[in-house]
Design a protein around this ligand. Structure first.
Ligand code: ASP
Ligand code: MG
Length: 405
């Protein structure tokens, strides 16, 4: 007998019809002889509406009350799901996060799970009942409701699957898997049968937002087998697995992109210890997320240029922070550039193959696309280009790496 955790995202439980359809899926798996735990998100759009409500009352709200309000969307759906399963003739009951409990730290709004008590769930599923748990909820040391950060229902599902040593954790969503590239741009993009935890982290953080990043890290650490599937079809999804499960490692498994990037260059920054800390410290304090960073060689040993990227939405804020600290940091001029896109090629096979970067640069050169910044990690190469060339670059690279069908 296998133990399966099925998690349904907001679009998969967006209304009563969807909830009934999801319940049928749960019951079908149950009838095939599996022990079933169901984790539900709030109905699509509900969490955003709840945030709006809190903001209408008070702009600077008490985060503890914020979590009381935000967690309610999942609570409703957990009850509805339990009823829908009962309606199909199967015993089911729900537990809220605090009832299990799912213990967390006290970072309200984006709490981390510290401990899960699965004893009640275990007893019930061994007794042929279906257990239903709302995603996203926890309980702090102060005995108050916490939420796990946006997209946190994925984290609940993976954490419960890990604690139960479940055979797999199925994540139902509105896409049917992870693709080699965005199929809306590259029509030849194909669905990946398997992808590694590392690859999905690189692909997901850059636009293919299918799984919450923290849930992938947790799945990797606990070896939870995750499968991303569509709630609306019966086609197989994409399995997220560890690297040793993939025998023939693709050099490049997927290509991701993010538009809305911006670049800042600080000219003639002093070439001495402590300067980078004086630049990136205040940006971090201002919650500006810095991505690619390039420091040029100092020609005269005294000053150098430093370039980095932020999201276009953070650009003005970053410029304000740096201009305010100009004399303290010590630079001559700030130059910025927006309307940029980051294109990344990702693949665990890169570790053992040479010439991967060369293909990328040759391909872009042939299309006359200028590269503004380059950065690399063990399994990823990213380039910054003008946004207008995004689609051209994606299609050319997709075919250059043999990903076209
Ligand atoms: N409802 C929460 C959100 O929208 C959690 C989730 O759906 O994963 O972020
Ligand atoms: Mg989600």
């Amino acid at each position: 007998m296998s133990c399966i955790v099925q998690k349904f995202g907001g679009t998969s439980v967006a209304d009563i019809d969807c909830i009934k359809m999801a319940a049928k899926r749960v019951v079908a798996a149950y009838n095939s002889g599996n022990q079933m735990v169901v984790v539900v998100s709030a109905m699509a759009g509900v969490t955003n509406n709840l945030i709006e409500l809190t903001e209408q009352v008070n702009g600077i709200f008490d985060v503890r009350e914020y979590d009381v309000i935000l967690s309610s969307g999942e609570q409703t759906n957990a009850g509805l799901m339990a009823l829908a399963i009962q309606d199909l003739g199967i015993q089911a009951r729900s537990w809220l996060g605090w009832q299990l409990p799912i213990k967390t730290d006290s970072k309200y709004g984006r709490a981390r799970i510290t401990e899960i008590d699965i004893s009640q769930i275990k007893k019930r599923i061994e007794n042929n009942e279906v257990a239903v748990v709302p995603g996203f909820q926890g309980l702090s040391k102060e005995n108050r409701i916490t939420t796990l950060g946006r997209g946190g229902s994925d984290l609940t599902a993976v954490a419960i699957a890990g604690a139960l040593s479940a055979d797999r954790c199925e994540i139902y969503t509105d896409v049917d898997g992870i693709y080699t590239c965005d199929p809306r741009i590259v029509s030849k993009a194909k669905k990946l049968e398997k992808v590694t935890y590392e690859e999905i982290l690189e692909l997901a953080s850059q636009g293919a937002r299918v799984l919450q990043a923290r849930s992938v890290e947790l799945a990797k650490n606990y070896g939870v087998r995750v499968e991303v599937k569509s709630a609306f079809t019966d086609t197989p999804g994409t399995q997220v697995v560890s690297e040793d499960e993939i025998l023939e490692k693709e050099v490049v498994s997927g290509i991701s992109y993010s538009s809305d990037e911006a670049k800042i260059t600080l000219r003639r920054v002093k070439d001495q210890p402590g300067v980078a800390a004086r630049i990136f410290g205040p940006l971090a304090d201002a919650s500006v997320n810095v991505d690619m960073i390039v420091q040029n060689v100092s020609e005269d040993g005294k000053t150098t240029d430093l370039t980095f990227t932020v999201t276009a939405k953070d650009l003005n804020h970053a410029k304000e922070v740096l201009s305010e600290k100009k004399s303290k940091i010590g630079f001559d001029e700030l130059v910025s550039d927006s309307n940029l896109s980051k294109i990344s090629i990702v693949g665990v096979g890169m570790r053992s193959n040479t010439g991967v970067a060369k293909t990328m640069f040759n391909t872009l050169a042939k299309k006359n696309i200028n590269i503004k910044v380059i950065s690399t990690s063990e399994i990823k190469i990213s380039v910054l280009i003008d946004t207008e060339y995004t689609e051209l670059a994606l299609r050319a690279l997709h075919s250059a790496y043999g990903l076209d069908q």
